[in-house]
Design a protein around this ligand. Structure first.
Ligand code: G3I
Length: 365
């Protein structure tokens, strides 16, 4: 159903009004609401992020929240219309898929994969090995090295095999490097040792030899201690013949703290020069930690989205640009920081923001 311009204007005004009421009533008007501006024409089926990305053979994606998918028609409509890639936000993590030892639950992941299949979307499996989102039986088990290797091997085989033929990209290991470049202390590094990464990639390859296997991290998008450590770590893995295919650059940034695009370009180039694929895997742009008028912050946010997408598109082997959500209504950030925020490309009322149009204009070029 095509919305008239007037209806869109009215809806925008109502949703901003709603935001004012919420912000003032709960006394947290830390994100001042601007006067409603004439809304740009909403995207039409042919004029979408997805349609222009597909014309380039490129993937534009978002994390997907199974609760919102099941409860909100607008969420489903936009997810299917605007994106050709999705990453389950929590449904494929260790705690969600093996809540008890040896007992696997894939229901929520299957729901997302089924939606993706109907709408011809690629799914990024996320994630097999992480220091967080671990079930209590694993955290409190006091397993020996051999026992933990058996547990991890079984977990990876079970999950990757379950999704074989449906998921061909996996974040095998997530966030194993500290900001200073050292190996993060975790149950995996402490009990199995530093070679847990090699083992995890080998086991994922054993379960699905066709899958493209990624190392995924934050804070390693540009140039510096952590990105150098990731670069050398994955180079070492390749030298040892470990089946690694790509690196995911998460890109959780803010309008006051983000890597210079030229550094991101240099980093992507050196990773792809090694024969790896690169994907932007979890982008969002916080605006809460800045005190400029919100219109200026939304414009700055749009510029950062524009710059990072352009940077990825400048390198052939940068194959996907995935955001960690698409509507401010379902961002993880307010829950994590305790402050309202507007880090994504649609507002809480599902209206496209300047960042949406910034991405659309880049993809249209
Ligand atoms: O589903 C339960 C619910 O039943 C329970 O009542 C509630 C309160 O305990 O918790 C709910 O689970 C939460 C889950 O999100 C679903 O909402 C977990 O506690 C919470 O820890 C989990 O947070 C997720 C976090 O990863 C840990 O898995 C965030 O939504 C998700 O955005 C975040 O995503 C990570 C990426 O995987 C890796 N990169 C960083 C990124 C942001 O932290």
């Amino acid at each position: 159903m095509r919305l008239t311009h007037e209806t869109l204007l009215h809806r925008t005004f109502v949703s901003w009004l709603f935001l004012i009421l919420i912000a003032t009533s709960c006394g947290q008007a830390s994100v001042q609401v601007p006067r409603p501006k004439p809304v740009q024409v909403a995207p039409t089926p042919g004029n979408t992020l997805r349609s222009f990305a597909q014309a380039r053979g490129f993937y534009i994606g978002t994390t997907a929240n199974v609760g919102a998918l099941q409860k909100e028609q607008q969420y489903r409509n936009i997810l299917a219309a605007e994106f050709n890639m999705m990453t389950p936000e929590v449904s494929m993590k260790f705690d969600a898929t093996e809540p008890e030892q040896g007992h696997y639950t894939f229901t929520n992941g299957d729901t997302l994969v089924a939606f993706a299949k109907v709408h011809s979307m690629q799914v990024r499996g996320h994630n097999l090995v992480w220091y967080l989102a671990l079930p209590s039986w694993l955290k409190t088990g006091h397993f020996t090295r051999e026992e933990l290797m058996t547990i991890l091997h079984a977990h990876i085989l079970a999950e990757v095999s379950h999704y074989r033929g449906e998921i061909n990209i996996w974040d095998v290991v997530n966030e194993a490097i500290n900001n200073d470049g050292s190996l993060r202390a975790s149950i995996w590094s402490r009990v199995i040792g530093p070679n847990f990464l090699d083992l995890a990639f080998r086991w994922a390859h054993e379960a699905n030899p066709q899958a493209r296997l990624f190392y995924n991290d934050y804070g390693a998008e540009g140039l510096g201690q952590k990105s150098d450590a990731v670069y050398h770590m994955v180079a070492g893995m390749m030298k040892r013949g470990v089946p690694i295919n790509g690196v995911g650059l998460q890109m959780h940034v803010s309008v006051v703290e983000y890597p210079p695009p030229q550094d991101v370009l240099a980093n992507i180039r050196r990773l792809t020069a090694m024969g790896l694929e690169v994907q932007i895997t979890e982008m969002d742009v916080k605006i809460q930690n800045d005190h400029r008028p919100v219109q200026e912050r939304l414009a700055a946010e749009a510029q950062i989205y524009r710059d990072m997408l352009s940077t990825c598109l400048a390198v052939a082997r940068c194959t996907a640009f995935v955001m960690w959500g698409f509507t401010d209504r379902h961002s993880w950030i307010p829950g994590a920081t305790g402050h309202p925020d507007a880090p994504l490309i649609y507002d809480a009322g599902y209206q496209p923001k300047p960042a949406y149009f910034a991405l659309l204009n880049v993809l249209k070029q």
